[in-house]
Design a protein around this ligand. Structure first.
Ligand code: CDP
Ligand code: MG
Length: 681
């Protein structure tokens, strides 16, 4: 085993340091319940809180076109409602769709329901997520992501295959959920008008602004499920914590040293990198604890983790061993993990933020809302009493926003506008959103699409161009779609498809900090002075040359599962391109073509080196910096395009590609004659 030269972090950890103060104001009581994961599945189904309410629920759901259903996470909404509907013959003429904001939830829920129905997945019960379809003509209960149902609506705006659409996890309010609300509502109305089979809409959540939803869905009734809620102790820190990661670490080990091994811990954090790094630290520390402490299994959970690994969180820890799950907000509601007795809430979340003035969307680590904090706390004490340790003071809690602002009001809505137009929505500028994006955001999105050539103005109306229509047929952000469509002009469609696929799947590379030197040495042979896109392409080409070998992946710190997914994504994109009659050539060693193509497709994300050595994003003249993970970090290229902005201590550009000013000028002459430094134009 490689020896870590650093002293184990355990030495820095002071056992017994008390961070918390008890919150006495929030007693939350509940009915005692029995529940055991080992009892037969039918017995488990009957023990769910929803089972008691089944007859009344079905009665209500039969009567109304739309309904809102509220019930604690774990009460059985998602797994039972579709089965109840199906078993009682509601919606039998068609398919019952259940939407999920997250892929992992759609997959794991479909698997669970298939198991409960004792049928193989893909028969009666199936799922469809981006780039994966496990359904057949027999499928009657179909779990799918919001994004997938939206894509289906492009070909079938009335959603005629479905008799019921269950919009689950509605409080999540991702862009897709919000657009879907409008699309489903419109389909429901239109079907009524045209005398087609009615569409029943059921909106479900554990927590949400019910008045807003009820009003929006034609004043539909709100059905409340009696939840099972065990006493929950909430603790706050005495002082604000400067370093929430350190505070999380201390809390985990404080609990670990005191609690019985069967009590699992769930820690809410913000993203993959910090989760993986804390996971490592926890594993290291736990190795150095006295024997009186039980063993610890640390399981990470985040959206970009390969599905099979995500499912590891559901596996119980071996007897005598504590499970510690380090998760993003994905574990707030989407997935129900049993055995959680302690929740540690950093109070932070990584989320999109968009400023229409600057036109830039950034990912930023920010405070959660009160609703989110309660939802997180509720993950403890689902099966028995539990505790939540908030790594912030009560005063900080009181200052949190009450509800999370829906994503549609804090992201770039260009993709949404494009999709709405492709759906044939007549007046996209005035689409019936439950919460409207600001007029500036809509204007900025339409401008963005106009720059990409996807839309044009005619008689005061925004219309989709032929290019825009093609762009909408690719399930990608508009700028990626445009780049793919341009690629045949540069004879590099093959490379661009690879690059876009690599960028669509997160985290194809492992970067364990403890093995930094080895990682750098392994990466060196792929590293390209042309930037991260070409470096990724080199890695992908070698991966394919090595026949996708796991051994090769391990040696090169490449995530072999995610690479497998890249191959699938690429195959699907390739199919769409073939349908669009695109010529799929490879440019071989001439990667200059690839960069030219990227410059043309992604010119809105260009940045320019300034005389003082800093960078400005050209679209907005906002100061930006090269992220340390980029192969261009030490270089000072005059012009780059970037994929993403990440806001931490400063605004970082991630995934950069070296480009020429001339290419940018060529791509959008009018735009850049205004943006580029005068000496260059
Ligand atoms: O939707 P809601 O949060 O109300 O509950 P659910 O997802 O229908 O889950 C009900 C119960 O089914 C959970 O408490 C778990 O015991 C079980 N379940 C499971 O074992 N595995 C899954 N993948 C999903 C649910
Ligand atoms: Mg659910």
């Amino acid at each position: 085993m490689p020896h870590d030269p650093d002293p184990p972090p355990a030495k820095r950890f002071k056992p017994g340091s008390v961070l918390f103060r008890l919150d006495k104001n929030k007693p939350r009581m509940l009915l005692p319940t029995k529940g055991s994961a080992t009892s037969p599945i039918d017995v488990q189904r009957k023990r769910l809180p929803i089972y008691q309410a089944k007859p009344q629920l079905l009665n209500q759901l039969r009567q109304h076109h739309s309904a809102i259903l509220i019930g604690e996470t774990g009460s059985g909404k998602t797994t039972q409602i579709p089965q109840y509907l199906y078993e009682s013959g509601i919606g039998r003429q068609g398919v019952i769709a259940v939407t999920q904001p997250r892929r992992v939830a759609a997959v794991s829920l479909a698997a669970r329901v298939a198991e409960e129905k004792r049928t193989p997945l893909g028969k009666l019960v199936g799922y469809t997520v981006r780039f994966e379809d496990v359904t057949s003509f027999e499928t009657k209960l179909k779990f799918l992501t919001d994004g997938m149902l939206l894509r289906e609506a492009i070909g079938d705006p009335l959603l005629l295959r479905y008799t019921v659409v269950v919009l689950d996890e509605a409080h999540e309010r991702t862009v897709h959920t919000d657009v879907l609300f409008g699309v489903v509502k419109a389909a429901q109305h239109k079907r009524r008008e045209l005398n087609k089979i009615p569409l029943k809409v059921i909106v479900m959540s554990a927590t949400m602004d019910v008045d807003l939803f009820s009003e929006y869905f034609d004043k539909s009734p709100v059905l409340y499920l009696e939840g099972r809620q065990h006493p929950l102790q909430v603790y706050y820190t005495k002082q604000p914590q400067a370093d929430y990661l350190q505070a999380a670490l201390v809390s985990v080990f404080q609990i670990h040293q005191e609690a019985p091994p069967s009590h699992d811990i769930l820690v809410f954090m913000t993203g993959q990198e910090e989760i993986e790094s804390l996971a490592r630290t926890c594993r290291d520390i736990s190795k150095h604890l006295p024997d009186s402490c039980c063993l610890m299994v640390v399981v990470p959970l985040y959206a970009s983790l390969p599905p099979a690994q995500q499912l590891r969180v559901f596996r119980p820890a071996p007897t005598g061993c504590r499970k510690v799950i380090l998760s993003t907000n994905i574990a707030e509601t989407s997935v129900t993990i049993s055995g959680i007795k302690y929740v540690v809430d950093t109070g932070m979340v990584k989320a999109k933020r968009f400023s229409p003035d600057s036109g830039l969307e950034v990912l930023a680590v920010q405070r959660v809302s009160k609703a989110q904090a309660w939802q997180r706390a509720g993950r403890a004490g689902r099966e028995d009493s539990g505790s939540c340790y908030r790594l912030y003071t009560e005063q900080e809690f009181n200052q949190l926003a009450p509800m999370t602002v829906p994503e549609i009001q804090r992201c770039n809505v260009a993709a949404v506008m494009l999709q709405l137009m492709a759906l044939g929505i007549p007046d996209v500028m005035h689409f019936d959103f439950m919460s409207k994006p600001s007029p500036e955001a809509v204007r900025s999105a339409v401008e963005h699409l106009e720059l990409l050539g996807a839309v044009e103005w005619k008689d005061g109306q925004v219309l989709l161009t032929a290019l825009g229509k093609k762009m909408a047929s690719l399930p990608l952000e508009p700028r990626y779609a445009k780049t793919i469509l341009l690629s045949p002009n540069y004879s590099c469609a093959d490379e661009i498809l690879s690059i876009v696929s690599l960028l669509s799947v997160d985290a194809v590379l492992f970067n364990p900090p403890a093995r930094r030197e080895e990682v750098l040495a392994a990466r060196k042979k792929f590293s390209s002075s042309e930037g991260d896109h070409i470096t990724l392409l080199n890695i992908y080409r070698s991966f394919k040359k090595a026949g996708g070998s796991k051994e090769w992946c391990r040696e090169n710190f490449v995530n072999s599962r995610n690479m497998g997914l890249v191959k699938e994504v690429q195959a699907q994109l390739r199919d769409i391109c073939l349908k669009l009659n695109l010529k799929l050539e490879s440019c071989g060693a001439d990667t200059g073509n690839v960069r030219r193509c990227l410059a043309h497709g992604m010119f809105v994300n260009a940045a320019e080196l300034q005389l003082d050595g800093s960078y400005l994003a050209l679209h907005t003249h906002q100061p930006v910096a090269i992220h340390p993970s980029s192969v261009l970090f030490q270089a000072k290229p005059a012009y780059v395009i970037f994929n993403q902005l990440l806001h931490t201590s400063r605004c970082y550009m991630r995934d950069l590609c070296l480009v020429d000013a001339d290419w940018l000028l060529d791509a959008a002459p009018d735009y850049f004659s205004r943006k580029l430094r005068p000496t260059k134009s």
